[in-house]
Design a protein. Structure first.
Length: 414
């Protein structure tokens, strides 16, 4: 356990870290990549360029400092980090690298404020958290091996099918090259794909599994990411998959991970509401297909937001599911519908997914909600459910970025 002195000192640094958090984390990443370039493949270059990882780490450090005397409130964040680390195959011997660079960065950025007492307290606090994560990650690695046909590390999978789902999303069907069956997974989880990078190393990305468990393949459905401007590069891995990977090619794949999933062992009488936007539809498809099979009598409401028919993935698959399952209601809303979309009547309404739309579709607010999509969309759905007073146990989300940003007032839905 942490000493009272360490707790007091670390907690006292929370306001300073909140003020200088992003400066600290930018310095930390720059320092670590210069001193320990071997860790670079574990990080997303696009997120580094956009500052997403720096903000996420700054938020995590501030949250740890502010709650170090009540770490139970960070349990969900610890599980999220451990699952992410396991997906990237982070090992115990890599933690000292992060710790050394973090402590050096605190000293270099805070200057006189980083007294020996502060550095010693943060060294103890970092070691304490590192041991928690190392222990949990060890459990995850062990659990992955216990699953029938499970594995650790990266395994060769062959692309047996490549299917265009929309103008920007393509599905890849993957089977192990060694002929073994694919292990079961929880609907909503993701796998990690590792590919060669231009610098001669490798780079990794997480992609949600978009099919149900029990199939003879894993299916990932990947959005081709394009840079918003000249300073933002195109997504390297997504473009590599779309343009350079074809049927018959091999990919290195890590075992399923992730704390955002639908637990099929739980039986609820409440309706299930799945809400997605854009490529956020991928984990929702896995949840939908899985629950229709495992609990065919449960009412399910599937609400999806897309720009238009061109970007709408799985449209025909959803239409077929509605025809076969009386317990399923699907509603699609386009924010930028085209004239051809309107003529073909392929969307149910236009605008943004919001509270009034959701409430018009469901029998009551007492439902289990799962949602995933771009940040503004997520913030608005989250705040709407808070406003309705939905119990936290009934709200489940996959949010890419600092969770603290979810608590901010949303400007506009997407």
């Amino acid at each position: 356990m942490l000493t009272e002195q360490t707790i007091a000192i670390v907690k006292s640094t929370a306001p300073i870290l909140e003020e200088h958090g992003e400066l600290l984390t930018r310095h930390f990443y720059k320092r670590m990549f210069e001193k320990n370039p071997e860790v670079a493949p574990f990080f997303n270059r696009a997120n580094q360029t956009q500052g997403t990882q720096q903000r996420a780490l700054a938020a995590a450090i501030c949250a740890y400092a502010a709650n170090i005397d009540n770490l139970e409130v960070l349990g969900g964040a610890v599980e999220l980090i451990a699952q992410k680390h396991a997906s990237l195959q982070i090992q115990a011997d890599q933690y000292p690298i992060v710790g050394e660079n973090l402590l050096a960065s605190i000293r270099e950025v805070l200057g006189e404020g980083a007294t020996d007492a502060v550095i010693n307290a943060w060294a103890e606090a970092y070691g304490f958290l590192a041991n928690i994560l190392i222990g949990r990650e060890k459990e995850i690695y062990h659990q992955q091996q216990l699953v029938p046909n499970g594995w650790n590390g990266f395994k060769k999978f062959r692309v047996i099918r490549k299917e265009v789902e929309s103008e920007v999303i393509t599905s890849f069907y993957l089977q192990p090259e060694d002929g073994s069956a694919v292990p079961a997974f929880k609907p909503g989880q993701y796998v990690t794909v590792r590919v060669p990078s231009p610098c001669g190393h490798t780079t990794m990305r997480n992609y949600s599994l978009s099919d149900k468990a029990g199939q003879p393949w894993y299916r990932i459905s990947v959005k081709r990411e394009t840079g918003a401007n000249a300073s933002t590069p195109d997504g390297f891995v997504s473009n590599f998959l779309h343009k350079g990977v074809n049927v018959g090619d091999s990919l290195e794949v890590g075992p399923p991970c992730g704390e955002f999933f639908l637990d099929l062992t739980e039986k609820h009488e409440r309706p299930l509401v799945l809400i997605s936007a854009g490529v956020g539809i991928t984990p929702m498809m896995s949840m939908l297909l899985s629950t229709l099979e495992a609990n065919p009598s449960r009412p399910v409401y599937f609400i999806h937001a897309a720009l238009n028919g061109g970007t709408h993935a799985f449209r025909l698959a959803l239409r077929d599911l509605v025809a076969r399952h009386k317990n399923l209601t699907v509603h699609t809303r386009y924010s930028e519908a085209t004239e051809s979309d309107r003529a073909a009547r392929i969307c149910d309404s236009e605008g943004f997914v919001d509270g009034p739309l959701i409430e018009s579709l469901i029998p009551s607010r007492d439902c289990d909600y799962y949602f995933c999509g771009p940040k503004p969309f997520m913030v608005n759905i989250y705040h709407q459910l808070l406003e309705w007073g939905i119990a936290p146990t009934q709200v489940h989300l996959e949010f890419f970025g600092p969770l603290q940003e979810l608590k901010k007032t949303a400007a506009c839905p997407v």
